[in-house]
Design a protein around this ligand. Structure first.
Ligand code: UDP
Length: 490
């Protein structure tokens, strides 16, 4: 538990408890929301982090929040769940089991903290019943976008309406007021309805209906239609019935690039010309097969574009296999011999590309890299944090979805926002060959007369405007903060 001294003034402020489920991709948006509640809206805050095995990157993040003296962070440890899950269980099941198992500890923490408001992420909905016991308002923070939120909520209806597997349907799913969702784009747990993963996901979908309001990490200008559909009593608002706040894009600030371990990387980047480098990374959990890793390597080499590539050893199995194990900030795991890229990249690749690219093992300071003027493109797995980090820096993308809701994100980026290209066939269905990768790299990196780059700049502008003082997201968070101000400190 990280603690700090409490000032006299804070004692009278409304006290928000903000709960994050395990995983860096969940903790980052929770921390960014927390910072704004404290710095811009003067609320007192405790962040409750449900921690399984926290990675070094997670620890560093929590320590930096503590050193800023913005809030308390309470780590709630997950009891041993090995008897409750099976090796084949997916991420949603694992998260749900962890969140259920920590409920008794959470109850005692919350009963002693006695916050005036509770905000949980989507996997923490069970904790909403504790808020009911404490008679305090409760909100769900969806650290994703409005179209995904609509699908999640509308699954409560689709589950009754659709016969057979979702992926076998011939027509896209019509979600009232939103763009249709293609069967192949559905959230991972919907791929097989006969699994525990789907049942756990369905519980999350019903859990979404139990709060007093939803906070979404997206903004009006880019998702007005979907946000309105969630609010409209004749559309999804008829199912949801609570206020919906678009408060994003909340992204982590760029890391300091002065750390010794990153010095060479930034020295190299400083020497490259404006927007000439493509950054390649598959998030905190993404892994590729051996064959796909080989094709990406050849694709980069054929493109002759400058690159930074964060590599992980190939896996034969799941694309999300590193989800709970990476985020080491580049220390422990990258020291392992089998993680050295020369063990799995094509022979001679590292020496042939040494003048145009840098290969980083396991982990790179992504937010800082994407904000560097030399970076002009991002080949990404389209996790929502990575997506927002790219959008807020005006960096066009190659959308390479691997797991979770990333297929929807890729479709949104390419078809609605126009800031990305993507492989013709989903990378999880067929290996993307080297020529296609090289063509996509050249397409997004073309500096002039490139509509994708122009759109990326427009969206960046829209994002910054939404967060500015008169912007839609700032106003939405102020409205939420005003509601919190009315809640007496318990
Ligand atoms: N990240 C990073 N360095 C890496 C890989 C990931 O800093 O080498 C950060 C990235 O900037 C983002 C987060 O980890 O903030 C990943 O979250 P996202 O939602 O994109 O994907 P997930 O890892 O949850 O699939």
């Amino acid at each position: 538990m990280f603690n700090r001294a409490v000032s006299q003034m804070e004692i009278h402020m409304p006290h928000v408890a903000l709960l994050s489920s395990p995983g860096l991709g969940h903790i980052i948006p929770v921390i960014e929301l927390g910072k704004r509640l404290v710095l811009q809206h003067n609320l007192k805050l405790t962040i409750l982090v449900v921690a399984s095995q926290t990675s070094e990157a997670e620890d560093q993040l929590m320590k930096s929040v503590m050193s800023d003296k913005l809030c308390d962070i309470v780590e709630v440890a997950v009891p041993d769940i090995s008897d409750l899950i099976d090796a084949n269980d997916g991420i949603v099941t694992r998260l749900r089991v962890m969140m259920r198992q920590v409920c008794p500890s959470l109850r005692s923490v919350l009963c002693s903290l006695r916050p005036s408001v509770l905000i949980v992420d989507i996997f923490g909905f069970e904790a909403l019943s504790i808020a009911e016991e404490l008679k305090i308002p409760k909100f769900i923070y969806v650290a994703s976008h409005a179209w995904f939120t609509s699908l999640l909520i509308y699954t409560t209806v689709l589950d009754r309406q659709v016969q057979g597997q979702y992926v076998d349907q011939e027509e896209p799913f019509q979600i009232p007021g939103c763009s249709p969702v293609r069967p192949e784009d559905v959230f991972d747990p919907m791929l097989d309805r006969n699994t525990r993963e789907y049942q756990e996901y369905l519980r999350v979908a019903f859990g979404m209906l139990k709060s007093d309001g939803l906070l979404l990490n997206s903004w009006e200008d880019v998702q007005h239609k979907d946000l309105e559909s969630l609010r409209d009593p004749d559309l999804l608002g008829g199912i949801l019935k609570v206020p919906v706040y678009g408060i994003g894009p909340l992204v982590r600030p760029a890391e300091s690039n002065s750390q010794d371990s990153n010095r060479n990387l930034f020295d190299w980047l400083d020497k490259q010309s404006f927007e000439s480098v493509i950054f390649v990374s598959f998030g905190s959990g993404g892994t590729l097969s051996f064959e796909q890793t080989t094709e990406v390597a050849w694709g980069l080499e054929l493109s002759q574009q400058r690159f930074i590539w964060v590599t992980r050893p190939p896996t034969a199995g799941r694309a999300d296999s590193a989800f709970f194990s990476t985020g080491d900030g580049g220390s422990q795991q990258s020291d392992r011999d089998d993680h050295h890229p020369s063990n799995f990249l094509p022979e001679g690749f590292l020496s042939r590309t040494k003048n145009i690219g840098v290969v980083v093992q396991q982990w790179a300071p992504q937010a800082a890299l994407l904000s560097h003027p030399s970076v002009g493109g991002f080949l990404s797995h389209c996790g929502w944090n990575s997506t927002l980090e790219s959008l807020t820096n005006g960096v066009p993308m190659i959308a390479w979805p691997l797991y979770a809701e990333q297929r929807m994100n890729a479709t949104l980026l390419e078809e609605e926002l126009g800031v990305a290209v993507r492989p013709k066939v989903l990378p999880t269905k067929k290996v993307v060959e080297r020529d296609e990768t090289a063509t996509m790299v050249k397409q997004i990196m073309k500096l002039n007369n490139n509509p994708i780059r122009d759109r990326a700049r427009l969206i960046q502008h829209s994002a910054l405007k939404a967060l500015s003082e008169a912007g839609s997201s700032f106003i939405a968070l102020s409205q939420l903060a005003q509601q919190c101000q009315k809640c007496p400190n318990q």
